[in-house]
Design a protein around this ligand. Structure first.
Ligand code: MN
Length: 251
């Protein structure tokens, strides 16, 4: 039997028609984690994914919005018991967001502590130019017995990736990452059992079109080429990785 594709990080609520983007992912039978950028978006996400088979919504506060949205952290707290999935969260230390770095760090630390307290959460984490600080915080505030982390579109160094592997992190990989030498080099050191796929749609393009979850097959094809494996074999492996990821965390 053929496995399903997995898009473990996309933003379906940022497509022109959220509900139909969800229905498209359902019809394509792609296991999809749709992340959110503000806690205010949660009620609508909860509603749209209430009866879906393949699509799950994650509760997030995007680090790029920390400055404007930090007051929504109490809403994030309020909604936290309603979902196992957290994201998009993390830290962005690129020049444009540098000035909110202290605030971002404070929010991410809070997210990790609260997730650890409730336990069994799964977090999709942004770590642009902040691999070290993100891993420092994860190591300190979210032990692997209390929650699991997927580093989304990871662009840190090889030594940071190694450290993330040692901490038990997963990596969600998209086709943009595999389209340059640096990303490819990094990818080769990742253990195959820690690899998931993502589109980060609508922020990526394939064949000059905005990606949708079903486009994750391009990434699977690229991974198969990179690993000299059959596409079906990689698909099966990623589906197995997702099952392992979803197992309850051990206390
Ligand atoms: Mn994203």
């Amino acid at each position: 039997m053929s496995s399903n594709y997995i898009d473990f990080h996309c933003h379906l609520d940022l497509y022109p028609d959220f509900a139909s983007a969800v229905q498209d992912a359902e019809r394509a039978a792609v296991y999809t984690l749709t992340v959110t950028t503000t806690p205010k978006a949660w009620p609508r996400n909860r509603e749209v994914t209430a009866r879906t088979r393949y699509v799950r919504a994650a509760l997030g506060l995007h680090p790029q919005l920390a400055q404007e949205r930090s007051d929504e952290i109490s809403l994030w707290d309020q909604y936290l018991p309603e979902t196992r999935y957290i994201g998009e969260v993390g830290i962005d230390a690129s020049p444009r967001y540098y000035r909110s770095l202290d605030l971002q760090r404070e929010i991410f630390r809070h997210v990790l502590e609260e997730s650890a307290l409730q336990g069994n959460k799964i977090l999709s984490v942004h770590s642009v130019r902040s691999g070290k600080v993100v891993l420092d915080l994860i190591e300190r505030y979210l032990p692997s017995s209390r929650g699991r982390v997927i580093l989304h579109w990871f662009s840190g160094s090889v030594s940071e990736a190694q450290r993330a592997i040692d901490l038990g992190c997963y990596f969600s990989i998209n086709s943009s990452m595999l389209s340059n030498d640096r990303g490819n080099r990094l990818f080769t050191i990742l253990p195959v059992e820690r690899v998931l796929t993502e589109t980060d749609g609508p922020f990526t393009r394939v064949n000059n079109q905005t990606t949708c979850p079903a486009d994750v097959r391009h990434t699977v094809e690229m991974i198969a080429a990179c690993r000299h494996s059959a596409v079906e074999e990689i698909k099966t492996c990623i589906a197995r990785n997702l099952r392992t990821l979803l197992e309850p965390c051990v206390h």
